[in-house]
Design a protein around this ligand. Structure first.
Ligand code: NAD
Length: 305
C-alpha cells in the first residue's frame, strides 16, 4: 500500500533512528513519503540518507521543513530535551506542525508538554506503538493515540503506513497510559511463562512439548506462542527490545498506580524479577534475557532440540 493521499507531497521527519524509528523511516520511504531524519548517531543518519531520507542538522531544522514530526526516542527526558532544548523542536515548529510522539513515555509529562505546546499554538498527539521490530518492518504495528480528534484524523493516513491497528484512546497522555499498561501485562506474562517453563524443565518435561500443550490450552500468550519458540528455545534472545526499556515501562506503570494510590500485587511481583535481572547487568541485553535470570535461579536451561 502506498501513502493514500499522494506520498511525495507528504513530508514527515523522524527523530530517533534506532530499532523502531529506523524501521519506520524505511517503511515511510517505501510508501513514497518524503522523510527527514535526525539522530545523534551519525552512522545511522548516513544509513538512512543512503536509502533516500534527508539529513537535518537539528530538531529545529527538521521541524521547519517537515510538518509531521515523529519522535521515537528512548525516554521522556530525551523527548523533553529534543522539544525544549537549544535548537529543539519548539524553535522550528509552526501552526502547520503536528508532533507525533511515539516514545513509550510518562503520561503526566506528556500532558504537561501538550499544555505547553497548546499555549504556543502548537499541536501534538501521543502515539506509542506495540508489536516490536518485526511489525515495525511490516507496517503492522498497533498504534495507540492520545490527543484531539482533529489531530488524530490528520495523522491517521500517515500512521496507517506504519500500523495495522490504529486506535484513538482518549485525550493527551491516553496513548502513553495504555502503552505502559499493555507492557505491564506483557512483562508479567513473559515472567510467569518463564517460571512455569523452568519448573517444567526441572521436573523433567520437554520444553517443546510443554509449549505444544500450553499453546493449545489456556496458558497461551504472545510470550508462549512467539517469544519462547523463536527466541528462548533457539537461544537467540534478540527480539530487538532491551531489558532497560522494559524496566523503564514497568517503572512508568508502577508510578501511575502509586499516583492513584492503588496496589498492584501481581505486577509488583513481576517487577521485582525484572529489577533483579536488571541488577545482574542485563539492561543492555534483549528483554527476553529475563528468562536467563530465571534459568540461573532454577539451575536449568530452556532449550530446544
Ligand atoms: P533504540 O535505543 O534502538 O533507539 C533510540 C534512538 O534514539 C537511537 O538511535 C539513539 O541514537 C537516538 N537518540 C538518543 N538520544 C537522542 C537525542 N537526544 N536526539 C536524537 N536521537 C537520539 O530504541 P528503540 O528500541 O527504537 O525504542 C524507541 C522507543 O520505542 C522507546 O521509547 C521504546 O520504549 C519504544 N518501543 C520499542 C519497541 C521495540 O521493540 N524496540 C517496541 C515498542 C516501543
Amino acid at each position: 500500500m502506498k501513502y493514500p493521499k499522494g506520498g511525495n507531497n507528504v513530508k514527515a521527519g523522524i527523530i530517533g533512528l534506532g530499532n523502531m524509528g529506523g524501521r519506520m523511516v524505511k517503511r515511510l520511504l517505501e510508501q513514497g513519503v518524503k522523510v527527514g531524519v535526525f539522530d545523534l548517531n551519525k552512522d545511522l543518519v548516513r544509513k538512512f540518507v543512503e536509502m533516500g531520507a534527508e539529513e537535518t542538522k537539528s530538531p529545529a531544522a527538521l521541524a521547519k521543513k517537515f510538518p509531521y514530526i515523529l519522535t521515537v526516542l528512548p525516554n521522556v527526558f530525551i523527548v523533553k530535551e529534543t522539544l525544549m532544548g537549544t535548537e529543539g523542536l519548539m524553535e522550528g515548529m509552526n501552526s502547520e506542525s503536528l508532533l507525533i510522539e511515539m516514545t513509550t513515555s510518562i503520561p503526566s509529562v506528556t500532558k504537561e508538554l501538550n499544555a505547553l505546546l497548546k499555549e504556543k499554538g502548537l499541536k501534538m498527539i501521543d502515539a506509542p506503538v506495540s508489536g516490536g521490530v518485526k511489525k515495525a518492518e511490516d507496517g503492522t504495528l498497533s498504534i495507540m493515540v492520545g490527543g484531539e480528534t482533529v489531530d488524530f484524523d490528520r495523522a491517521k493516513p500517515l500512521l496507517e503506513c506504519l500500523g495495522a491497528h490504529i486506535f484513538h484512546v482518549g485525550e493527551a497522555g491516553a496513548g502513553h497510559t495504555i502503552k505502559a499498561l499493555n507492557n505491564m501485562i506483557s512483562a508479567t506474562t513473559l515472567a510467569a511463562t518463564g517460571e512455569a517453563m523452568a519448573l517444567g524443565v526441572k521436573l523433567g518435561l520437554d520444553p517443546e512439548k510443554m509449549l505444544d500443550v500450553i499453546n493449545a490450552s489456556t496458558g497461551r500468550s504472545f510470550s508462549s506462542e512467539f517469544k519462547f519458540p523463536n527466541q528462548v528455545l533457539t537461544r537467540k534472545f534478540e527480539v530487538g527490545f532491551t531489558l532497560d526499556l522494559m524496566v523503564k515501562d514497568l517503572k512508568i506503570a508502577m508510578a501511575m498506580a502509586e499516583e492513584e494510590k492503588v496496589p498492584m500485587f501481581i505486577s509488583s511481583a513481576s517487577f521485582q524479577l525484572w529489577k533483579h535481572a536488571w541488577s545482574q547487568g542485563r539492561g543492555d541485553q534483549d528483554h527476553t534475557a529475563v528468562i536467563k535470570d530465571i534459568e540461573e535461579m532454577f539451575s536449568i536451561e530452556i532449550k530446544g532440540s
